[in-house]
Design a protein around this ligand. Structure first.
Ligand code: ACM
Length: 521
């Protein structure tokens, strides 16, 4: 635990011992990496320290530097999954040693190391006044959960490539290891797909956007065209940026519901003759993909490009909130259901998801979806994100499936975080920092032998009511800080009053980072 009043870490570390000495970073300090294969971690650290200190911080391979990054095992060859994230740090008057068995651990060590400096180290401007002193200590650290994520909906509102990378860099500071990239929605398709250019030419642009809350009557719109998308080159840049920080991106293509933007571009994917445009308001939409072989092929083609772009093991196929009215009403869908020998629309949804899951798995990847994919039968090997409470997660685990717990009540950061009257418009709910911090992740009702199936949790940032990046920061911070500690520290080491004190100290970090965090309790 952080016992010294000079050391204040978020998330806290598993073990720390203070040493009565101080390391001072000066104009003559240099950095070394033990092998060329982790040079990118050296660049990462140098990138963080060089601007605020204004020092040259030469970087070399070997053991010459006062700051040394030491890889004690083999470098991972694959970007599929975060590797071993354990690490140690030793700070003495002479040097700073950051050691780990894998590059992922070194990435986490770099982030903890940054937090040992005075808060000015987080500034984007050179600061000549500060003495760059670090208190002596020995840290030995590893995470509680292998899945520590943040989700971001870039569809209801669009965030630029630079903003997405800033967000990834911010969550890296809190030792998260997954970024769930929600790329498609009724209101906008945000990923360039070479085979189907209409998805972004048409699907990325809506004609207008709702003003106010979805429940307000009458509905009002701003009559302004809105949109944006990421080219495949943008995505490669984002993936590389995340990889340097050992963050795995989980891309989501949400189907068979939430597809109005795609159906607007390619009407043959839909169930009716209606001409559609990307949706301009919020809420659950009744349009759904049809279940023709051609539609299944189209979506497999999309997934092929997604798998090409994103090296992570998990591909998210959504599956949430797929209203079945059109399937119930359309003769053609009913005939197809009979042809496939399926009993009802739930089984049809399960059949559709299974086509996608098998395709993803046949490419050596794993599939994950929202808890609705349990309805009508869960596809073999599919992992589940339990958002409608913990029930779906408990059921999936009882069937032997892996689970990421994302219950709305605790980890939906589009919810209000204080009294509605004094907060900017949000979707609904009331999820304070303390509530986030109280989350257990592993449901106590789960038998011991199923507990390992709970991979972890992640925070959700749905963006209906998050129009710009400054507001995104307001909704995310400091709840992200609280979640990071829930996911990193063993439960018995967690203590809200200790966290609150550290958070108070940490506000100077957020200010130096120019993060528009929510102030107050
Ligand atoms: C969801 O919140 N619709 C997964």
């Amino acid at each position: 635990m952080s016992t010294s009043n000079k050391i204040s870490l978020i998330p806290d570390v598993s073990e720390i011992k203070t040493i009565d000495s101080i390391f001072t970073l000066t104009a003559s300090t240099s950095i070394s990496v033990s092998t060329g294969e982790i040079m990118n971690k050296g660049h990462l650290l140098r990138g963080y320290l060089a601007v605020p200190t204004g020092f040259p911080l030469p970087l070399s391979v070997g053991h010459e530097g006062e700051i040394q990054l030491i890889l004690e095992g083999e470098p991972d060859k694959s970007l599929e999954e975060p590797g071993d994230e354990s690490y140690s740090i030793c700070i003495t008057e002479k040097n700073c040693l950051l050691k780990a068995p894998a590059p992922a651990g070194l990435a986490r060590a770099v982030q903890t190391f940054r937090q040992l400096f005075p808060a000015g180290i987080f500034s984007s401007e050179p600061d000549k006044i500060i003495a760059w002193e670090i208190p002596g200590c020995e840290i030995s650290d590893s995470p509680r959960f292998p899945w520590r994520g943040m989700h971001l909906d870039v569809c209801r509102h669009f965030f630029t490539k630079e903003e997405v990378m800033r967000f990834i860099d911010l969550i890296a500071l809190y030792r998260f290891n997954r970024f769930h990239f929600h790329l498609t929605e009724d209101q906008g398709w945000r990923l360039e797909i070479k085979k189907y250019p209409g998805l972004t030419e048409v699907g990325a642009w809506r004609d207008s956007t709702l003003i106010g809350h979805a429940l307000d009557k009458p509905k009002r719109y701003d009559d302004t065209r809105y949109g944006g998308f990421y080219t495949q080159d943008d995505i490669r840049e984002i993936v590389a940026f995340a990889a340097m920080r050992e963050i795995t991106i989980v891309p989501e293509i949400d189907m068979p519901g939430h597809m109005q933007a795609a159906i607007s571009a390619y009407p043959e994917l839909g169930c009716t003759d209606q001409t559609l445009r990307p949706l301009c308001h919020w809420g659950i939409c009744e349009h759904i993909l049809n279940v023709e072989e051609s539609t299944v092929s189209f979506m497999k083609d999309v997934l092929d490009e997604v798998m090409e772009l994103f090296p992570g093991k998990y591909i998210h196929i959504g599956g949430d909130e797929a209203l079945k009215y059109e399937w119930e009403e359309q003769r053609r869908v009913q005939d197809r259901m009979a042809e496939l020998g399926l009993k009802g629309e739930m089984e049809l949804q399960s059949w559709f998801i299974r086509q996608m899951a098998e395709h993803i798995q046949s490419n050596g990847r794993e599939v994950i979806g929202w808890d609705e994919i349990l309805e009508g039968g869960l596809a073999a090997g599919a992992a589940v994100m339990s958002w409608r409470g913990e029930k779906g997660g408990i059921e999936a685990a009882s069937l032997g499936h892996k689970v990421v717990m994302t219950p709305e009540e605790y980890v939906y950061f589009d919810h209000y975080q204080g009294d509605k009257e004094s907060e900017p418009l949000a979707i609904h709910g009331y999820t304070t920092v303390e509530k986030v911090y109280s989350y257990d992740v592993v449901p106590p009702v789960l038998p011991d032998k199923q507990k390992h199936l709970i991979l972890g949790s992640q925070g959700q940032l749905w963006s209906e009511y998050i129009p710009d990046f400054k507001h995104l920061e307001y909704m995310a911070f400091p709840r992200v800080c609280a979640l990071s500690e829930v996911l990193w520290l063993e439960k018995e080491k967690r203590d809200f009053s200790s966290f609150s004190k550290r958070l108070e100290n940490h506000k100077s970090v957020l200010e130096n980072l120019n993060v528009n965090y929510r102030k107050g309790n």
